[in-house]
Design a protein around this ligand. Structure first.
Ligand SMILES: [Zn+2]
Length: 282
């Protein structure tokens, strides 16, 4: 028996194309990621659903549900594909949020962890997954509470901390390790301290949720590094080492933000890492 892997789309949003591609000139990134009239490219929230027996695990939870109209407009939340509630998103899988047993957040940036809670119709904050154990890296949480002035804008505490710490079952991880049989996490630090990548062994296939180490397939090219990263040279080294192993061991990579390709293999032509065979989850 292995894990059943599915994608749950929590809707599109938009971020500045220049910030998403760092030093890459617009005429290059624009070919693969066209921008809108505000220079934003379309990104997705491709969350992962893992099921085995009674266990239902969600990796990443999408943007906050409680943005102001101004913020929804700035980040084009739901602009191309709507942002569902978790209740709506789980329905096609015959699941309710109460049935989710575990939630893994790779890091606490607002577009990855914002959906951990929501304001109900009485204006009270409520956990999105009231019965789940939440797996968060301790060093990432500490950083999120006291980020640098450079990356403070990527963290929006409302609904994440201290709310999750106070109200949810949490496991604060300290580095790499196995969470369940066939599911383990490894950490990288270039994008933000202790971002955790999620490795899932499914029969003969190894899937890796690469989060913001490689947010879209365009970021497979080594110099395509986001301006948001706190240590871009560390990202470069981490990406290079990771992709080498991914090619050698034929891993299937899961791209959380890619608007077209959720999962694919990677190839190396001696010069560049390239998108390989597309793999469909489900
Ligand atoms: Zn991030």
């Amino acid at each position: 028996m292995g894990w059943k892997i599915d994608c749950i789309s929590m809707g599109s949003f938009g971020l500045d194309g220049g910030a998403m591609f760092g030093i890459i000139p617009k005429p290059l990134w624009q070919r693969t990621n066209p921008d809108d009239d505000k220079n934003r490219i379309t990104l997705q929230s491709n969350c992962m659903l893992l099921r085995q027996g009674e266990r239902c695990v969600i990796v990443e939870v999408g943007n906050s549900f409680d943005f102001s109209d101004k913020d929804r407009s700035i980040y084009a939340i739901g602009g191309v594909t709507p942002q569902p509630t978790w209740q709506q998103a789980l329905k096609p899988f015959d699941l309710t949020p109460e049935q989710i047993t575990d939630v893994i957040c790779t890091h606490l940036h607002f577009d990855h962890a914002g959906g951990l809670s929501f304001l109900n119709s009485d204006g009270k904050r409520q956990l999105s997954f009231p019965n789940a154990t939440h797996y968060i890296q301790k060093r990432q949480l500490e950083w999120a509470k006291a980020p640098s002035e450079k990356d403070a804008g990527s963290f929006r505490s409302e609904g994440i901390y201290p709310f999750i710490e106070d109200h949810a079952k949490c496991v604060f991880l300290e580095g790499d390790g196995e969470l369940f049989e066939g599911v383990r996490v490894t950490t990288v630090d270039g994008h933000t301290p202790a971002q955790q990548l999620v490795h899932v062994q499914q029969q003969e296939q190894n899937w890796v949720f690469v989060a913001d180490l490689i947010p879209t397939t365009s970021h497979l090219h080594l110099p395509y590094i986001m301006a948001y990263d706190v240590e871009p040279l560390k990202t470069l080294k981490e990406k290079q080492d990771f992709l080498k192993q991914a090619v050698d061991e034929a891993w299937t990579l899961w791209f959380y933000h890619d608007p077209k390709t959720i999962a694919a293999k990677v190839t190396f032509d001696g010069r560049r890492f390239q998108l390989g065979e597309v793999v469909l989850p489900g």
